[in-house]
Design a protein around this ligand. Structure first.
Ligand code: DLL
Length: 442
């Protein structure tokens, strides 16, 4: 473990640390961010009212809209002179949401990510191939400074230029790799196309996240690359990558860095807490951030948590793989469908390439779902352009049947040639909402 004292602390030790840091954070925002001061005043509370961790429920929520309204610097709790780095996340609506870090914040973030890399099975001696995009997005620089803090040799290749990625992997011999699961799969496909065996590379573990992915996608990546793949979670508003990560030992839930982030799981409708183990919206309060503290940030991400000790020995809170987002749930004729459920089912079906898109369309006044899938090379060679081939019809019936039993919705299936759907270099676009004529990244 990178930081055993923290990672195996007893619940009461951790809660004492969290309370102390929460009180400091609340004081910091009250004194330095007019937006929060006004909200506290409206609710008639002051920092002194936070006497226990349970008192967090007295505090107001923060939402993405608040970040947009305060664009660009309205939620910063320090003057710009003290800000050392600025990141942003690209919203669908044009302007990015802006977040900032002091020197201290960057130090903390680097050590959180160093801890995360060790949790994933990384070591100081590793060469670490970083295929997350460098830029306003927190993925590239977040993993970069974590790897460097650990003492690993970070290869800052960023996303894109896939053939070059392959040369660099072959020549630099990384033990660890990170990127979005869809982009790593894209690299794997390219290797196969070039006649290389992805199982033969030096890579032993992968740190994948920043977009929804399923257990089936994990199985695919682990098999194709002969590696251990762990899930990393984070969001720019709360810090960036490293808020939580799976351990390579158990791969059973993502360990949250409890000493820096306080998590609540709430029913997204009532905003009441749900029991541990129950699914709800993740809400995070930062505990150490100076430049951009967030109070009860509603992530829109859906998961459950457990405080049970993990078999790896860590005692930190663990969150489940994300089940979806409150805003990406597809509602088709009254039935709720999570895109991740669609992926789970699709990736188990033989004859398909693990790349797909979900198109939401309107037939008359009714919403329906079109699944755009690619047939596997061998099948394509057999059927050619004949999409009416009996084998295709059979595959279609099979997909529709399995989707109907898993998601309770009949979906149309559109077959495509191998490698004809878009490939991602970062976050994949899985849902195309043709009802509104726009693409949504989820
Ligand atoms: O995606 C930070 C990150 C970088 C995480 C690299 C992991 C690795 P944003 O661009 O602000 O930040 O997007 C955050 O992405 O609210 C989730 O909906 C989604 N997301 C992040 N990690 C995962 C994951 C980065 N492991 C938003 N599984 C979050 C599913 C994820 N979704």
């Amino acid at each position: 473990m990178y930081n055993p004292e923290i990672e195996t602390a007893s619940r009461s030790e951790m809660e004492a640390l969290q309370l102390n840091r929460l009180q400091q954070t609340v004081k910091r925002v009250y004194e330095n961010v007019p937006f929060y001061k006004d909200k506290f005043d409206e609710l008639g509370i002051t920092p002194e009212d936070i006497k226990s961790l349970e008192d967090i429920t007295k505090l107001p929520f923060t939402k993405k809209k608040d970040l947009r309204d305060q664009y660009p610097y309205g939620l910063f709790a320090v003057p710009l002179e003290e800000v050392n780095r600025i990141h942003g996340s690209s919203g669908t609506s044009g302007k990015p949401t802006v977040v900032g870090y002091t020197k201290n914040d960057l130090k903390n973030w680097a050590s959180i990510v160093a801890r995360a890399i060790v949790t994933a099975g990384g070591r100081k001696s590793d060469v670490f191939h970083n295929a997350y995009g460098y830029g306003l997005f927190t993925g590239g620089l977040g993993l970069h400074h974590g790897a460097e803090e650990l003492g690993a040799a970070c290869v800052p290749i960023s996303g894109g230029n896939t053939e070059r990625q392959i040369t660099v992997i072959e020549d630099f011999k990384p033990r660890g790799i990170c990127g979005t699961p869809s982009y790593i799969l894209n690299i794997v496909e390219k290797m196969e196309e070039l006649g290389l065996d992805p199982r033969e590379t030096s890579v032993e573990y992968g740190i994948f996240g920043a977009e929804p992915w399923s257990e089936e996608m994990r199985a695919t990546l682990e098999k194709k690359l002969n590696i251990k793949a762990v899930d990393i979670y984070g969001l720019s508003e709360v810090m960036g990558p490293g808020v939580a990560i799976e351990c390579h030992e158990a791969q059973d839930g993502l360990h949250i860095a409890d000493d820096h982030f306080f998590v609540e799981v709430l029913d997204p409708k009532t905003l009441e807490p749900v029991e541990d183990g129950q699914v709800g919206e993740l809400v995070f309060t930062s505990l150490t951030k100076e430049a951009f503290p967030v109070i009860r940030y509603r992530t829109g991400d859906i998961a459950s948590i457990t405080k049970d000790k993990c078999t790896c020995g860590r005692t930190t809170t663990r969150m489940s793989r994300l089940l979806g987002r409150t805003d990406d749930m597809i509602i088709v004729r009254g039935v709720n469908v999570f895109p991740s459920e669609i992926e789970r089912v699709l990736l188990q079906i033989e004859g398909l390439i693990p790349n797909y898109q979900i198109h939401l369309v309107k037939h008359g006044s009714l919403d329906s779902v079109e699944l755009h899938v690619e047939v596997e090379n061998s099948l394509y060679q057999e059927i050619g352009e004949d999409l009416k081939h009996e084998k295709v019809a059979k595959l279609k019936r099979n997909i529709q049947h399995q989707m109907k039993s898993a998601c309770l919705v009949t979906m149309d299936v559109i077959f495509n040639k191998p490698k004809s759907l878009p490939r991602s270099e970062g976050k994949a676009i899985r849902i195309v909402d043709k009802r509104k004529n726009e693409a949504a990244t989820v």
